[in-house]
Design a protein. Structure first.
Ligand SMILES: Nc1ncnc2c1ncn2[C@@H]1O[C@H](COP(=O)(O)OP(=O)(O)OP(=O)(O)O)[C@@H](O)[C@H]1O
Ligand SMILES: [Mg+2]
Length: 320
C-alpha cells in the first residue's frame, strides 16, 4: 500500500495541531504535571485515520505519558479527547481497549510465567467465559475459547512465534516479546494500534519483518500511531510525523520534510544539556538523520557514536 501525502491527510499547511481530513483521535488541552514538570501540554492534536503516524521527540518529551493518558493508563490534569467520535477522557484503560484502541508498551509487558499462547489469549476482548451468566453455560464458553485459540494461533503464525506457543514468554528475546505484544494487541480486532517504541531492543534480523507487520496493520484497515526513535523506521513507514518536545507538539509534517523544520532541529539539539550520555540513544539516530538532512552542519560529533541496543533498553529501566 502506498504512502499517503499531506493533501490526503491534512487541511491546510503542516503545523502543530493542524486539522486532519478524517481524524480518529481529536485531543484538546491535554496536560499532565509531575511535581513541577509539565510532562504533557498538548493544545490540540488530531491523528489521521487509516494512516501510520509517528510520534517522535527527544527523550523525556512526553510521548509515553501522552500514550498513557490517551489509553487510560494515566489521568490528565486537564483536557478532553475523543476516539472515533466517542469521548474517552477519564475512561479506564480496559474501556479504551474495548472501544477499539489498543497499545503496546515501551517496556514489554508480556507475562513471563505464562506461555506464549496464554499471553496472546489474554488479549481477547469480551470473553464470554468471564461473564457471570456465561459461566453457567460451559458450551458457550468452550466455543468461544476454541475460536480464540484458533485466532491466537493464526496471529502467532503471522508473527512466526507459533513454534514457541508452549514456551514461557520469559524465554523469548526482546524482539520476540515485542512481536508477542503486538499479537496480543491484535486479538481484540482493534481499529487503532498504538505502539510505544516497537523497534527498541529488537535484533536487526527482526526489524524488517517488524516494519512489514506494521505496514500490514495499515493494509488491514487499521490506524497506527507509534513512538519511535529509529528514523529509518519513521521515514520508511510513516505517512505523517508529529514531533513533541517538553510536553508540547512542536511540529507536524510528512516524514520527508519534518526534519528540516527549525523547531525540530532546536528540540533535538537543545535536548542535550541535561541528558546523560547513557540515555540519548534515540537522539543519536535522530542526529544522524539530521546530519544527512543538513549535509553535516550544526550537528556535534555525538551523532557519530555507536547505537547500542543495550543502552536503549537499560535507560528505560524503572518505567512503568
Ligand atoms: N510517573 C512519573 N513520575 C514523575 N515523572 C514522570 C513520570 N512519568 C514520566 N515522568 C517524567 O515526564 C517526562 C516525560 O516522560 P515520558 O516518559 O513521557 O517521555 P518520553 O518522550 O516517552 O521519553 P523517552 O523517549 O525517553 O521514552 C520526563 O521528564 C519524565 O521523567
Ligand atoms: Mg517513552
Amino acid at each position: 500500500m502506498s504512502k499517503l501525502t499531506a493533501s490526503d491527510l491534512v487541511v491546510g499547511d503542516p503545523a502543530p495541531g493542524v486539522p486532519k481530513k478524517d481524524p480518529v483521535i481529536v485531543a484538546d488541552g491535554v496536560t499532565r504535571q509531575f511535581g513541577g514538570l509539565k510532562a504533557v501540554d498538548v493544545a490540540h492534536l488530531e491523528v489521521p485515520r487509516h494512516a501510520i503516524t509517528a510520534l517522535i521527540g527527544p527523550n523525556g518529551a512526553g510521548k509515553t505519558t501522552l500514550f498513557n493518558l490517551l489509553t487510560g493508563f494515566d489521568k490528565p490534569d486537564s483536557g478532553t479527547w475523543s476516539f472515533d467520535g466517542k469521548n474517552l477522557a477519564g475512561i479506564p484503560s480496559f474501556k479504551a481497549a474495548q472501544s477499539g484502541m489498543v497499545r503496546t508498551f515501551q517496556l514489554t509487558k508480556s507475562l513471563a510465567r505464562l506461555t506464549v499462547l496464554e499471553n496472546v489469549l489474554l488479549g481477547a476482548a469480551g470473553q464470554r467465559g468471564e461473564s457471570f451468566w456465561a459461566s453457567f453455560f460451559p458450551p458457550i464458553w468452550s466455543k468461544q475459547e476454541s475460536e480464540n485459540r484458533d485466532k491466537a494461533m493464526d496471529l502467532l503464525k503471522r508473527f512466526k512465534l507459533d513454534a514457541k506457543k508452549d514456551d514461557y514468554a520469559a524465554s523469548l528475546s526482546g524482539g520476540q516479546r515485542k512481536l508477542l505484544e503486538m499479537a496480543r494487541a491484535l486479538m481484540s480486532d482493534p481499529s487503532l494500534v498504538m505502539l510505544d517504541e516497537p523497534m527498541a531492543g529488537v535484533n536487526p534480523a527482526l526489524t524488517q519483518s517488524l516494519l512489514e507487520h506494521v505496514l500490514g496493520l495499515k493494509e488491514d484497515g487499521m490506524t497506527v500511531l507509534f513512538v519511535e526513535h529509529d528514523m529509518h523506521m519513521v521515514r520508511h513507514i510513516s505517512d505523517w510525523v508529529v514531533v513533541m518536545a517538553e510536553g508540547k507538539i512542536v511540529a507536524e509534517d510528512v516524514p520527508e520534510d519534518v526534519m528540516k523544520n527549525q523547531a525540530v532541529i532546536d528540540a533535538y539539539l537543545g535536548a542535550h544539556h541535561d541528558t546523560d550520555l547513557g540515555s540519548i540513544t534515540g537522539q543519536l539516530d535522530m542526529e544522524a538523520a539530521l546530519k544527512q538532512e543538513l549535509g553535516g552542519e550544526n550537528v556535534g560529533s555525538i551523532a557519530d557514536a555507536e547505537r547500542s541496543e543495550e543502552s536503549t533498553t537499560s535507560s528505560k529501566e524503572g518505567e512503568q
